[in-house]
Design a protein around this ligand. Structure first.
Ligand SMILES: C=C(O[C@@H]1C=C(C(=O)O)C=C[C@H]1O)C(=O)O
Length: 288
């Protein structure tokens, strides 16, 4: 999808977890300048890395794989400290007992797939057989002892579930490491920052304003989540309040630990600098 010179293409995660950032974004007002593309995380990851998008909330694991091409917007992420409620491992027996068996991985995820690999290897000493599958729990568990789902797929599967044990990987990560977990970061291609610095700056401001409104005025967002995904108002109030969309030092520290473990397991090949977008010329680079 080539870009018309005056249009900037922005990815949007096709799950409710990103709504607190984007729900109040004035899309209509900017429809001649901004094209939004809504996809699952792995599709956004590929589209941003091959230049089909100019910026997007992408899997934090995907940032690690292509960090040379990106800078990150400050104060925007999908993170949690403890329960995240939408990164769920469904398992037929306790995790200790499935850690060397067969585990189905949703094709929609990059961060959580590798978070599970880190947890199973580093904290359970397991070496299971992983395979990817479309995010349909019953089909996944026909051929596996456990299955990982993310986003609204995970939320809805949990509501329907009465057969399997369910582990929240955000909660388990924090229990094991006492750290935050950042599942998605807002990545901007360096070439668009160079080509359209003012438009990038304007979009950052609009995203911040949309996030601030999302914190203050949740009424419409809650009822739309209920109408589109199901569940109760109290579920969505808890869900959106237990997610964090900040990206400060606490989130960065947790992300550095995740990258360090991923590198220890050779899931990523390099030490990953967290490169933040700034209005200044060169992006600030935080080495760890
Ligand atoms: C919290 C979530 O984080 C997500 C998990 C991602 C991943 O595992 O790659 C990427 C973006 C987010 O959608 C979620 O999906 O509910």
């Amino acid at each position: 999808m080539s870009r018309k010179m005056d249009i900037i293409r922005i990815g949007e995660i096709d799950y409710t977890n990103v709504w607190p950032i984007l729900y109040h974004f004035p899309k209509k007002e900017y429809e001649n300048q901004i094209q939004f593309v809504s996809e699952v995380p792995t599709k956004l990851n590929h589209a941003l890395s091959n230049g089909e998008l100019d910026m997007a909330p992408i899997s934090s694991f995907a940032y690690a794989e292509s960090f040379q091409e990106y800078v990150l917007f400050p104060d925007l992420s999908v993170s949690s400290f403890g329960k995240v409620n939408s990164i769920l491992l469904f398992h037929k027996k306790p995790i200790e007992e499935i850690a060397n068996l067969r585990i189905a991985l949703t094709t929609a995820s990059a961060t959580s797939v590798n978070l599970l690999k880190i947890i199973i290897h580093k904290f359970y000493g397991g070496n299971p057989q992983y395979f990817y599958a479309e995010p349909n729990l019953e089909n996944m568990l026909k051929k596996a002892d456990a299955a990982l789902l993310i986003g609204d797929d995970a939320i809805q599967a949990k509501w329907m579930n009465s057969k399997y044990e369910v582990t929240d990987l955000g909660e388990l990560w924090t229990d094991l490491t006492n750290s935050w977990m950042t599942f998605a970061v807002w990545a901007v291609r360096k070439d668009i920052v160079k080509e359209k610095p003012k438009l990038v700056q304007q979009i950052f401001r609009l995203l911040q304003e949309s996030k601030e409104r999302g914190l203050k005025d949740r009424k419409k967002m809650l009822s739309e989540a209920q109408a589109r995904i199901g569940g109760s108002k109290s579920f969505w109030e808890k869900y959106f309040s237990e997610l964090s969309h900040d990206f400060g030092q606490f989130q960065k520290n947790g992300l550095k630990l995740y990258y360090q473990y991923a590198r220890d397991m050779k899931l990523i090949s390099e030490q990953v600098p967290i490169q933040m977008w700034t209005n200044r010329e060169s992006p600030e680079i935080i080495k760890y």
